[in-house]
Structures are given as structure tokens and as C-alpha cells.
Design a binder for this molecule. Structure first.
Ligand code: PEP
Ligand code: MN
Length: 333
């Protein structure tokens, strides 16, 4: 249920209303917007007397929210949420350009790529240290050492670092990571999501290979319900009937997620297509349909990459794409 408070309503009366609702055992999510304040009620609202609430002089309207996702629901928070990763903002008109290799391999590799993508206009550096690989015989990532190399690249360039966490057990290693990624394969690892809710650092939540938008939103709800509002959603392609492409990039998910939720939505055209030459057109399409950012795999030597070389752009290809993305954003503005 949401309770819309009248503009310029008495603050003390608002506080009393919130206390009264809390005394009924409800969780209250307060969203203060430019034009209105919305109280989102979480829990069993069946005993709440809507007529009584509506009769209060500070209350504008009361509505039931039928969706099972509450905190992530745009009805709870009509304005776009802006997630802050250090000085980088994402959402509400702020666009992020995340770039870097699939996995961190060596100091030289990650620092070289970090410098190149920064020069091209990227404002965050990605790189996997803990890699979820389909085969146990494939490169599994440099793990803790990979995180240290990412920090060196951050120190060299000033770019905040984005990297995947696969298990809550590894959380102590991620204290100094700027944006924690939950990969597609872990989207419904509910214990991990709850721990990330308590951890409090910004989270990049990728859509699962075979998950619906509602399931993605419910996973984001796990993080938010555990106390962390800093969540970015990521569309990275789903399994359908793709034969020539790694996945099917569901770009209509972007405007639909924006309609349903206030959270920023970014797109990963690299994992969505699996082919480097497919990345630029899909990145431009993502920018055109209103995504709040794009995450792209870039490698200085794709042919010898230990992971996902076929979908990685070379630094100069990334630089050319970044210019075109900027041009698309200008057309939309
Ligand atoms: C990644 O971004 O490194 C990754 C493994 O992506 P996904 O979880 O979307 O497959
Ligand atoms: Mn990859």
C-alpha cells in the first residue's frame, strides 16, 4: 500500500503517522520527491483502514500496490533512483560507461586496459577476479590477487572498480571494491542477495539467463529489503532460440523495467551477443532505448584473452564506439 502525503504537509503530523503505522508492525519506506512524499507500507496491510487514512488532512491519496515487489517499485518511489559509486552517479539522467576485460589476468593487462578505456571516456573499470565458468577446467580467475590488481588499476586511473562476487563467504575481500556485481548465474542466490543487503555497498545485479523481469525485480527486492537501496539492474541477454548469437538481448526490458521500477538499468551487449562486431550496434541501441549505462568487455589482446576474447573490443574499437554512444545520448537529450 502507498500513502501519498500532501505537498507542504506538517512534518510532525507525518512523523506521528509513520510511528502509528510502524506500531502496526509495518515497515515504512519513505520517498521524498520534489512534488510529493510517498510512504510505502510493507507487510500485512489487510488491517489498515484505508478510509481512515484517506480522511487525514495530511494525506492526499491511498492506493493498494498489487505487485509483490515493493521497495523496487516505482509506485513506492516515483522519481528515478540515482546510485552513487564514489563520484560516479548512475540513473536519473546520469549515464555510466563501464569497460574492461572479462577477467583480470596480469597487472600489465588490467592497467593498460584501464588507461585506454579511461582515455576513451569510460567512468568505471570492470574485471572479473572470481569467474563463474561453465567448465571447471577453464580459467577460474585470479581471485584475491585479481582484486589487488584491480585496486592497482584504480590507483593508476582513478576509475571505480566493478567486479563479481560469487559467494557471501568472500565478502571480507570485497570491502574495498566500489561496485559488487552479482552475475547472471547467481541472480537467485538469495543468501548472497541478503548478505549484500546488509553489506551496504552498491550492487550491480545482472538478469539470469532464464529469468523473467519480475524475478529480476524480486531479486533486487531481496537486496533492498535487507537495507541496501544502492542497486543497479543489468540486462545481459537471455536464452531463447539464438543460434548465431550467445544470447538474445532483450532491449524492451529497459523501458519496461524503467516503468516498473525506479532503479537504474544498464545493458551488457558483450555477454548478450558473444561476438565483438555485434557489440557496437547493440550498445548504440541500448543508449537509444534509454539505458542508464553500458558495460562492455575490452581487452588489449583479445585473441589471447583467457576468457571471452571473441566478444571483447580492442581499445581503439571501444574508443570509436564511445564517441558514437555520446552522439546518440546527445540526440536523446
Ligand atoms: C561478467 O560480466 O563477467 C559475467 C560473467 O557476466 P554474466 O554473469 O552476465 O554471464
Ligand atoms: Mn565475460
Amino acid at each position: 500500500m502507498i500513502v501519498v502525503i500532501k505537498k507542504d504537509a506538517d512534518k510532525e503530523k507525518q512523523d506521528r503517522l509513520v510511528d502509528w503505522l510502524k506500531s502496526m508492525g509495518l515497515g515504512i519506506h519513505v520517498s521524498v520527491g520534489e512534488y510529493q512524499t510517498v510512504l510505502g507500507l510493507i507487510g500485512d496491510t489487510s488491517k489498515v483502514d484505508m478510509d481512515l487514512l484517506e480522511s487525514l488532512d495530511i494525506v492526499d491519496s491511498v492506493k493498494r500496490v498489487s505487485e509483490t515487489f515493493k521497495c523496487v517499485n516505482r509506485k513506492f518511489h516515483p522519481d528515478d533512483s540515482v546510485v552513487e559509486i564514489g563520484s560516479v552517479k548512475v540513473g536519473g539522467g546520469h549515464f555510466c560507461m563501464i569497460a574492461g576485460p572479462c577477467s583480470v589476468e596480469t597487472e600489465e593487462q588490467i592497467v593498460t586496459v584501464a588507461r585506454a578505456v579511461k582515455a576513451a571516456g569510460a567512468n568505471m573499470l570492470r574485471g572479473g577476479a572470481f569467474k563463474p565458468r561453465t567448465s571447471p577446467y577453464d580459467f577460474q580467475g585470479l581471485k584475491a590477487q585479481g582484486l589487488e590488481l584491480l585496486k592497482i588499476a584504480r590507483a593508476e586511473t582513478g576509475l571505480p572498480i566493478v567486479t563479481e562476487i560469487m559467494s557471501a563467504d568472500a565478502l571480507p575481500l570485497f570491502e574495498d571494491v566500489d561496485l559488487l556485481q552479482v552475475g547472471a548465474r547467481n541472480m537467485q542466490n538469495f543468501d548472497l542477495l541478503k548478505e549484500l543487503g546488509h553489506f551496504g555497498k552498491p550492487v550491480l545485479l545482472k538478469r539470469g539467463l532464464a529469468n523473467t523481469l519480475k524475478e529480476l525485480l524480486m531479486s533486487a527486492e531481496y537486496i533492498m529489503a535487507s537495507g541496501n537501496e544502492q542497486v543497479i539492474l543489468c540486462e545481459r541477454g537471455i536464452r531463447t532460440y539464438s543460434d548465431y548469437l550467445r544470447n538474445t538481448l532483450d532491449l524492451a526490458a529497459v523501458p519496461m523495467l524503467h516503468e516498473l521500477s525506479h532503479l537504474p538499468v544498464i545493458v551488457d551487449p558483450s555477454h548478450a551477443t558473444g561476438i565483438a562486431r555485434m557489440v557496437p550496434p547493440m550498445a548504440l541501441a541500448a543508449a537509444a532505448c534509454g539505458a542508464d549505462g553500458i558495460m562492455i568487455e575490452v581487452h588489449n589482446d583479445p585473441i589471447h584473452a583467457l576468457c571471452d576474447g571473441a566478444q571483447s573490443l580492442k581499445p581503439e574499437e571501444y574508443a570509436a564506439l564511445a564517441k558514437k554512444v555520446q552522439a546518440v545520448r546527445e540526440v536523446l537529450a
